[in-house]
Ligand binder design. Sequence first.
Ligand SMILES: O=C(O)C1=C[C@@H](OP(=O)(O)O)[C@@H](O)[C@H](O)C1
Ligand SMILES: C=C(OP(=O)(O)O)C(=O)O
Length: 433
Amino acid sequence: MSRVPETDAIEMTPVAGPVKGSIRPPGSKSITNRALICAALAEGSSTLRGALESEDTQVMIAALKQLGIGVEVSDRGRTLRVNGCGGKIPAKAAELFVANSGTSMRFLTAMATIGQGVYKLDGIARMRERPIGDLVDSLRQLGVQLEAAGANHCPPVVVNAAGLPGGVTSIRGDVSSQFLSGLLMAAPYAQQSITLNVSGTLVSIPYVDMTIKVMESFGGQATAAPDHSRIEVSNAKRYRGLDYAIEPDASAASYFFAGAAITGGRVTVEGLSRKSLQGDVEFCDCLAQMGASVEYGPDSITVQGSKLHGIDVDMNGISDTVQTLSVVALFAEGPTRMRNVAHIRHKETDRIGATACELRKLGANANEYDDGLEVIPGPLHGAAIDTYNDHRMAMSFALAGLRIPGVTIRDRACTSKTYPDYFEDLARLIAGA
Ligand SMILES: O=C(O)C1=C[C@@H](OP(=O)(O)O)[C@@H](O)[C@H](O)C1
Ligand SMILES: C=C(OP(=O)(O)O)C(=O)O
């Protein structure tokens, strides 16, 4: 891999042989930002270990500090000491900037309703196009005064908070599960217990289950119907400060598993298992269906690559790995169809359109559907890949360059959203270091 001078592009070098080694990716973004919210609201102080240090967690920490919560960062960002406010947000006004962090925008909007004052939340231009209206509507039904002041009910959000009254609310689940997760984590601090009635087909269900588990670790309680159509949160069970260990990021791990799969290599990711809180470990099931072998240890997952064939798969629950699987599909025999992920058009970019466009640049055929895409492998060749300010475009298309000569990834720095050292870690794994 070499930097292209004067630009922030990186030219990938095809690997000489199978990728073999083991790696522990940085902490989970989703768990770090959930643990930060619960620790911030808790009674007493918490220590979060194995946290992710990246843009998405830095904006969350900065916002919590502006709300008056003490957060001390040590061990190169991996250890966070949080002084919980016991549900009493100290700041009476704040303007929070969350860049393009969906979790921070949605979780902090719900948390701010517990405060007493005016809180404004905003982000970069793309954040002003990402939906939040369904969360705003749901919080209004609970008696909160707030508005999504941007075009099409998007951020900036202004919360005129006088506490969260609570009660029964309906919330749409078919655009982003983060609306539910944000509301659930704030709910123990409502004046009445909260019942959420979920309308539409809930997307990204494993993230809602993760939210409930993190809440439970901190002493909260949320009870979901088996089909997640209704979730009840008690306001009698509030969070207590905790020493909390964060798993490595399973979505980040998908790139290393994929690297093994497409090079006939063998990669072990440490710190993950079948029992992970993160649904994205199920990306390995897709690789297994394609022909790779997967071994689950008590604290590691190993993928061994072999001849791959295309699959037809519903990725609703693991949609952050659609781009990874799309690149794997380039090296499989026969087409791969990824379904039921219409919601990924609302992420850092329209991920269905962007992925299809860049796959075609490499020589593949890609068919775009409302709900996903189909990758039909073809004779492949190098190309300069645009990354759309989307970390997952950069991280997944870099893998194509492990097999195809002449792949350049533009704007490598966009990985800083969740994985600032991605290219260094990938190079180290390839080198067997
Ligand atoms: O709750 C979370 O931590 C996340 C939920 C998912 O979003 P959606 O629910 O919008 O699909 C996922 O894409 C995102 O990276 C993290
Ligand atoms: C969609 C993502 O992030 P978020 O929604 O938290 O911005 C992601 O990390 O792929």
